[in-house]
Design a protein around this ligand. Structure first.
Ligand SMILES: [Fe+2]
Ligand SMILES: [Fe+2]
Length: 136
């Protein structure tokens, strides 16, 4: 795979991370229920770290982090609606990272992506647990 193509995939990953950061931060501000709100804020910071790692990989390849993001969908108002939306975002991120790990052969890059993937799987699990607790 050409460097330019790897940079394109990593920039797609950054787009997803920025979408998550903005949605998680905003939803944490308006969620009154404390444990889910804190979790959203904490995970937003993880996503910021992921953005930093991805940006470093892009710059090392000679590219520029695009820092683009999609139109924001915060989910249905209220902690349950927000958590459901966040679960969807994590599932999307997991599928995308798995796809990019398969496509990219550079081991240094896939090692980083696998580390991020593991953290996204942790986020998914935690958001699901928070949603389950709300439903009880
Ligand atoms: Fe992430
Ligand atoms: Fe995540």
């Amino acid at each position: 795979m050409e460097k330019a193509e790897i940079i394109k995939l990593l920039n797609e990953d950054i787009t997803g991370e920025i979408e998550a950061i903005l949605i998680y931060m905003r939803n944490s501000f308006v969620t009154e229920n404390c444990p889910p709100s804190r979790k959203m804020e904490e995970v937003a910071k993880d996503e910021m770290r992921h953005t930093e790692w991805l940006a470093e990989l892009i710059v090392d390849l000679g590219g520029t982090p695009s820092m683009e993001h999609k139109a924001l969908n915060f989910g249905k108002e209220g902690a349950e609606g927000f958590l459901t939306r966040l679960i969807g975002l994590e599932e999307g991120a997991i599928a995308q990272y798995k796809d990019h790990i398969k496509k990219i052969s550079d081991e240094e890059i896939t090692k980083k992506l696998k580390h991020i993937l593991e953290e996204e799987e942790g986020h998914l699990k935690e958001f699901k647990e928070h949603l389950e607790k709300l439903k009880k």
